[in-house]
Design a binder for this molecule. Structure first.
Ligand code: 5GW
Ligand code: MN
Length: 335
């Protein structure tokens, strides 16, 4: 009898010790994460947090003296030369990171851009990680049959074709949110949303993954704030007088939870504008910029991640990872 009590007491002390140690460990981890504001508190378990801390501590912020490599809120801005690609790949493979890529190819954009976009993504996008492409189109039967590497798959989701092109672009927010809810969150931890009129040209890898990721617009990254083309109409929900950067809506991403919040918020603002009979200057992009002003992204991608080759000055661009496809406004926008 007393032996049992003894054992019970021993077990009790042992449990207390375990609780104490694990309590301190988690406090210590919380302390560590508080030192790194780039990881927002939505990040998942402590193992993942610990990995991210070590990873972004490896970034070399001084290697690109000509450009800004960190924001005022301490989010890294990723430029070529700052990161060790193998380190990011190894860590994300170990953490079982998986990535959903969403892309819309509605109407004439399917024939014009989808095949180049997908085949080039197979060459350069998140190699080594499981990737699921979500292609949203009104013509499922015309989606090209691309040969995919192992661990990579493609799902086609039928959508309606809105008659106004502004709506095709803006309604992506709603469709992406619904797809995250019904599909993506069950299969992938990250979601990256792309315009289709672009081509991958170089590594677009796991260094781009983060809790909440925004892209610096190639045309504005050097400009002073006063030149940013935010929506200036006080009647629009996208109205903003000033901001941090001008972000390009051709690509945004992050953990699915954060992308869900972003797309929900942008869609709500777009619908409120419709009720008030206003439309933001640059449509979904204006709303995206407003969202990122209030919800700072934890990671920024330099314009190396989405470059317009018609820009003459390439002195800051050490590698092009994704480039704008040529625009054929005359044929694509006449309807
Ligand atoms: C068509 C005409 C004008 C504007 C957009 C469209 C259009 C866009 C379309 O007919 N079909 C379509 O799938 N889109 C999707 O919306 C594509 O994924 C496209 O990349 C994205 C944004 O439209 P873009 O690329 O024309 O917008 P910008 O800001 O790059 O000029
Ligand atoms: Mn585009």
């Amino acid at each position: 009898m007393s032996g049992i009590i003894h054992k019970a007491r021993g077990a009790g002390i042992f449990c207390c010790l375990v609780l104490l140690v694990s309590g301190f460990t988690s406090l210590y981890l919380r302390y560590l994460t508080s030192l790194v504001p780039t990881d927002n508190p939505l990040a998942t378990d402590e193992g993942e947090l610990r990995q991210n801390i070590e990873l972004d501590n490896s970034l070399n912020f001084g290697t690109r003296p000509g450009v800004q490599t960190i924001t005022s809120w301490k989010a890294p801005i990723i430029w070529e030369g700052m990161f060790d690609p193998n380190l990011y790949d190894q860590n994300h493979i170990q953490a079982h990171s998986s990535v959903a890529l969403t892309v819309f190819a509605v109407g004439r954009y399917l024939d014009a851009y989808l095949k180049t976009f997908l085949t080039s993504a197979e060459q350069h996008f998140m190699l080594g990680l499981p990737v699921t492409y979500y292609v949203f189109t009104d013509q499922a039967e015309k989606v090209p049959n691309i040969e995919l590497a192992p661990q990579r798959s493609l799902k086609v989701i039928q959508v309606e074709k809105h008659s106004r092109w502004q709506d095709i672009s803006m309604m992506r927010m709603k469709t992406i949110s619904e797809a995250i809810e019904s599909e993506i969150r069950h299969h992938c931890n990250y979601v990256f949303c792309f315009d289709v009129d672009q081509e991958f040209k170089g590594r677009f890898g796991s260094e781009a993954l983060g809790d909440s990721v925004a892209l610096l617009h190639a045309h504005f990254y050097k400009f002073p704030k006063e030149k940013f083309t935010y929506d200036r109409n006080p009647k629009s929900k996208a109205f903003m007088e000033t901001g941090d950067f001008y972000y390009h809506a051709a690509l945004f991403g992050g953990l699915w939870e954060n992308v869900k919040n972003l797309t929900d918020a942008c869609y709500l603002s777009i619908m409120e504008d419709k009720l008030n009979d206003v439309e933001a200057l640059w449509h979904d992009e204006s709303h995206l910029n407003k969202y990122f002003w209030f919800h700072k992204p934890s990671r920024l991608l330099s314009p190396e991640y989405c470059w317009d080759q018609s820009i003459g000055d390439m002195s800051d661009i050490h590698v092009t990872r994704l480039v704008w496809a040529p625009k054929h406004y005359d044929t694509l926008r006449t309807l």
